[in-house]
Each structure stands twice: as structure tokens, then as C-alpha cells.
Design a protein around this ligand. Structure first.
Ligand code: SF4
Length: 149
């Protein structure tokens, strides 16, 4: 331990939570899945066989979006169902599995296929009200980092 380091066991719960948030933000923006320079992998399909679903709290998320945006938000504006998704990505096996739906819609016009809520800065634009699928998810690399604090 260097002279200026602090054992995390001496931190209060709020301090640990703040540290976990800092580690998460740094990891997601600069060291996603332990790969330097990669960002927001769990919010982007890229060339992988990956789907952002299932989303169990669709109605609650729509209600929160309606409140945030001050207008009615339609289900199909945010979510994609099995019929559409399986046809959209016929080469991705995960998109053929009904249990993966409803899934979050992705920007198909962007080659990296990001979630519609991912900003150009690789931040979640609805972080405070995101679905439980997103708020409960940590990749294995992040889990390993957070279990140490
Ligand atoms: S809603 Fe936010 S956290 Fe969830 S996949 Fe989209 S950008 Fe990522």
C-alpha cells in the first residue's frame, strides 16, 4: 500500500458507493470489459450476437419516459418485439430467442448499433430512470472490480 492510499474497509457506506460509481463510470467509458479504449459495450451491439433484453419493466419505463419528456411515449418507439427483431438480425441467434424480448431498440443507422438512449459521449441519456435490466447489469470485469471494495 502506498503512503497516500486508503484501505476501502475504512470508508463509510456512502463513500464506498461513491467510489463504486467512480469505478463504474471510468470502466464503462475507458476500460469496458477490461479492454482499454473501449466504451459502453453493454449498450452497443457492434458485431456481437448480443441483445439488450429482456426488459421486464416496460410499462414502468414508459411511464417514467412520459413524465421526463412531457408527452405520451409509445411502446414501439422504445421497445422491439420478437417478430421485428428476429427479422432485423437474422444472423444473430440471440435475436431469434423469444425469451430475450422485449428488447431495447437500437440505432440501426449507426454501424456500432447502439441503444437509442446512448449519447454520443457514450453515456446513458436516461441513467436515472433506466430499466432494471440496465441498472442491475454489471459485466464480469466490473463485478470483479466492485467486489474488491
Ligand atoms: S438504456 Fe442506457 S444503460 Fe440501458 S442499454 Fe441503453 S444506454 Fe445503456
Amino acid at each position: 500500500m502506498s503512503r497516500h492510499s486508503v484501505a476501502t474497509t475504512t470508508l463509510s457506506v456512502p463513500e464506498r458507493e461513491a467510489l463504486a460509481d467512480d469505478i463504474t463510470l471510468h470502466t464503462c467509458l475507458r476500460n469496458c470489459m477490461g479492454m482499454a479504449g473501449i466504451a459502453a459495450g453493454c449498450c452497443t451491439l457492434g458485431t456481437r450476437d448480443y441483445i439488450i433484453g429482456p426488459i421486464p419493466d416496460t410499462e414502468a419505463l414508459l411511464a417514467r419516459l412520459t413524465k421526463l419528456w412531457g408527452r405520451e411515449v409509445e411502446h414501439d418507439e422504445i421497445f422491439i418485439g420478437h417478430k421485428e427483431g428476429s427479422a432485423l438480425f437474422p444472423d444473430k441467434p440471440e435475436w431469434q430467442r423469444e425469451v430475450c424480448y422485449p428488447a431495447l431498440r437500437v440505432k440501426t443507422e449507426d454501424a456500432s448499433l447502439p441503444c437509442i438512449f446512448l449519447s454520443d459521449e457514450n453515456l446513458c441519456s436516461i441513467h436515472e430512470i433506466r430499466s432494471v435490466t440496465c441498472s442491475r447489469y454489471s459485466c464480469d470485469h466490473l463485478k470483479d472490480l466492485l467486489v474488491a471494495i
